[in-house]
Design a protein. Structure first.
Lengths: 181, 262
């Protein structure tokens, strides 16, 4: 009997005291994805990568808004969003206390504005992404023609870019003295 | 065709969600007051991958010991106070799910368990999946996770039993005017940055490759004019030979770049 008690005292208590004391989480434990809306470009890379479509973006082209949303109830904590995020805006945190009584508490939404095309005025890409790309391009040495053109056409939508390209091609072919089409 | 034969809608693809009235909410509150440390669980797996079940069983092991709260697993819904619906609601499991619900004595608590139980999870757009268990039965607590880890499960039960409050709240954020995303490592040329990140991800995978490239570039940017001593210090600091090798390769990549900063 004494031997048993001594053994019990020696081994101690193996049970984790949670929820009365904080639980120790292992390093790299995957919990709730923390989204920093200020760092987010609204580029939708995470929405494309998300295997269960927990992250979704809905674009309202008439209102010029894009809504980024995450449903923690559908998230499988794989961390693909963290891998693909170009700015590190989304990161898996060790936070695990996610149980809720009401399903709508599992959702998070962020609304971002879209940039409008400087030529036709249509909304085409998230304003923050356009701004970010413009700043990266302006810092790079615009020595090759490709880069210079990209800087020129940063605030132009896809359709207008195509028009520009067609016009440029037409000019070039006129210079060459023949119409290649 | 099923409609013609006067089959209840519950048996068809259109589900009648079971709804509860006011008196049941009061009864549930009374139940929570009464059961205290004698909670019997019954698990209903409506079509999951069994990951959730494994985590439930690791919750009742001595390490996490859910029986501290009197939580016990029961093999019959007739003894249950709490029903755990894990897995997405699949077409074939709708009747067993409803029968388990009807079998448990009133009042009972229903817990939607895991990502599949909450919303259908990764199977949400499968042809035979109807979504989360809230499509079928009234749910009291949602425990997300794929699968939920034992502490997450204990927290969920604590919320269900009213021991702890819920932490997560619905957030709706609207972009502020003039919000700008900060550029990362501005002092390093963009093409160098891309080359380093690519190399690091090629060598050590997408996620840790990025971490390593970030560490490398932090050391590089901190050095200012002459960056290589900072990088050498970072490499010398590494305990793990794999990390050291990758950082050395990154350094070789940096030196080999035509117009690298360094």
């Amino acid at each position: 009997m004494l031997k048993t008690i001594r053994e019990v005292l020696r081994t101690g208590n193996a049970t984790v005291q949670y929820p009365f004391a904080p639980v120790k989480r292992p390093e790299y434990a995957r919990g709730k994805p923390d989204h920093d809306s200020e760092k987010c470009l609204a580029c939708s890379a995470c929405a494309v990568a998300c295997p269960p479509n927990s992250i979704q973006t809905v674009v309202d082209i008439t209102a010029g808004k894009t809504t980024w949303s995450i449903n923690y109830g559908r998230c499988i904590y794989c961390g693909r969003c963290q891998e693909v995020c170009p700015t590190g805006a989304i990161k898996l945190s060790p936070e695990f206390e996610l149980a809720v009584m009401n399903k709508s508490d599992l959702e998070e939404t962020c609304v971002y504005s879209l940039a409008s095309c400087s030529e036709c005025g249509e909304f085409f890409a998230p304003a923050k992404a356009v701004d970010y790309a413009a700043r990266i391009l302006s810092r790079s040495r615009g020595d090759d023609e490709h880069m210079r053109r990209a800087i020129e056409l940063i605030s132009v939508c896809m359709n207008c870019k195509q028009k520009h390209d067609a016009y440029r091609y037409w000019e070039k072919s006129k210079q060459a003295g023949e119409l290649l089409c | 065709m099923l409609i013609d034969r006067q089959v209840s809608e519950q048996l068809q693809h259109r589900l009648d969600k079971i709804t509860l009235d006011e008196s049941m909410a009061r009864a549930k509150a009374a139940l929570l007051n009464d059961i205290k440390r004698s909670v019997y669980l019954y698990r209903v797996d409506c079509g999951g991958c069994n990951g959730c079940e494994i985590e439930i069983f690791s919750t009742i092991t001595p390490v996490f010991d859910a029986e501290r709260f009197g939580i016990k697993n029961t093999p019959s819904p007739r003894h249950a106070d709490i029903l755990i619906y894990s897995g997405a609601i699949t077409r074939m499991m709708r009747m067993p799910a409803i029968r388990a619900y009807e079998g448990a004595p009133n009042p009972k608590l229903v817990v939607s368990f895991g990502a599949c139980g909450c919303t259908g999870g990764i199977f949400h757009d499968n042809y035979c999946v109807w979504g989360g268990s809230d499509k079928l039965v009234p749910v009291d607590v949602y425990i997300p996770g794929c699968p939920p880890t034992p502490p997450q499960i204990i927290y969920g039960f604590a919320v269900a039993l009213g021991l702890l409050g819920q932490k997560l709240k619905r957030t709706e954020i609207v972009e502020k005017a003039g919000e700008q995303v900060p550029l990362r490592f501005e002092s390093i040329p963009y093409k160098t940055k891309v080359a380093l990140e690519r190399k690091a991800r090629l060598l050590s995978g997408y996620c840790s490759g990025r971490d390593l490239a970030d560490e490398f570039m932090t050391a590089l940017a901190a050095g200012g004019g002459d960056a290589l001593p900072g990088v050498d210090a970072l490499i010398a600091k590494q305990q793990d030979p794999r990390r050291r090798e990758i950082l050395e390769e990154l350094k070789a990549e940096l030196v080999s770049l035509p117009a690298a900063a360094g």
